[in-house]
Ligand binder design. Structure first.
Ligand code: F6P
Length: 341
């Protein structure tokens, strides 16, 4: 078989582990070839091909980013995009295409599959909001980075008696905010799942500082929004693909806290730091498992599926259970973040 491979959407640590898993397993177990496409779906549309052999994946396991490059490009929303993609796949004689991506890439994969291409998706996103899988590649590393940042902010917050607002990524779901908030011992966690009331946040901080503390850590997911009818006026700034302009809600929350409490308040926007650097062992292992599972799926003709971690097992989930949906943080986890404030 000739297996095509691409990484699409925002990058994250662990993508190279998945690429390596696909290449090693395809070549070693089945004697298949792997044809990489550079820069996501854009590379497929443009015929930007990079055949992948063993030498291409040497020493990539600890390296962040993606050796194939990536781009935010959705063939079904670009003029002539689908025709260009189908033309390249035919010219390259691709028997099955493995795409590693988040919700946007999986959605594009389901559209290309509808046009008759055997497709397999591997979920990645630091946001961890892909439905059908317990974990997506990149999330574990991002939580580690955000937790480390919160730990560091704790000591300086305490020295200066400050409120530290930390904005983390998470457009539609607050997985990083809630997990890093719990792990880092944040006092307040604001997530998209639960629109917030700034008055309540301020009341809580005032009470805490009066009663027993002189500093606080407030973690805000970039997609958090004030509840309708509450005191804060805020409009989220969005980019072309719905990506959030980093710092917008963090800045608004920090300003409100500073103005309403008079506490010395600082903002840290973690931004793309959360997507960089070496993957944790968990992300390396997850990427490797998904890579192997995707090749097995292609070899056995199981297509229009996404690899997924469910409990301890890697399983295959049909696209129609996944595409176009968001996996939100459950109430139980949100309540833990509140309980430990
Ligand atoms: O989807 C992952 C993500 O990191 C989001 O958390 C964030 O809003 C977005 O990508 C940022 O996108 P870009 O890299 O295009 O600025």
């Amino acid at each position: 078989m000739r297996i095509g491979l691409l990484t699409g959407g925002g990058d994250c640590p662990g993508l190279n582990a998945a690429i390596r898993g696909v290449v090693k397993h395809a070549l070693g177990e089945y004697g298949h070839s792997v044809i990489g496409f550079r820069n996501g779906w854009k590379g497929v549309a443009q015929g930007d091909v990079q055949p992948l052999g063993r030498s291409d994946i040497r020493n990539v396991l600890p390296v962040g980013g993606t050796l194939l490059g990536t781009a935010r490009f959705h063939p079904h929303s670009e003029d002539g995009g689908m025709d260009a993609v189908l033309g390249t796949l035919e010219a390259e004689r691709i028997d099955a295409l493995v795409c590693i991506g988040g919700d946007g890439t999986v959605h594009a994969a389901s559209k290309v599959a509808e046009a008759g291409v055997p497709m397999i998706a591997i979920p990645k996103t630091i946001d961890n909001d892909v439905v059908g899988t317990d974990l997506s590649i990149g999330f574990h590393t991002a939580v580690n980075i955000a937790t480390d940042a919160i730990d560091r902010l704790h000591t300086t917050a305490e020295s200066h008696n400050r409120v530290m607002v930390v904005e983390v990524m998470g457009r539609h779901a607050g997985w990083i905010a809630v997990n890093a908030g719990i792990a880092g011992g944040a006092e307040v966690v604001l997530a998209p799942e639960r629109p917030f009331d700034i008055e309540r946040v301020v009341k809580f901080l005032r009470h805490r500082h009066r009663a027993h503390a002189s500093f606080s850590i407030v973690v805000v997911a970039e997609g958090a929004v004030p509840a309708e009818g509450t005191a804060m006026d805020f409009t989220q700034k969005l980019g072309r693909f719905g990506e959030i302009v980093a710092g917008s809600v963090g800045e608004a929350v920090a300003n409100e806290i500073a103005q309403r409490t008079g506490f010395d308040t600082r903002l840290t926007v973690l931004g793309h730091v959360q997507r960089g650097g070496s993957p944790t062992p968990t992300d390396r292992i997850l990427g490797s498992r998904f890579g192997v599972a995707a090749v097995d799926a292609a070899a056995s003709g199981r297509t229009s599926v996404m690899t997924a971690l469910r409990g301890d097992e890697v399983q295959l989930v049909p696209f129609d259970e996944v595409a176009g949906r968001v996996k939100h943080v459950p109430d139980e986890l949100l309540r833990v973040a509140d309980a430990l404030a």
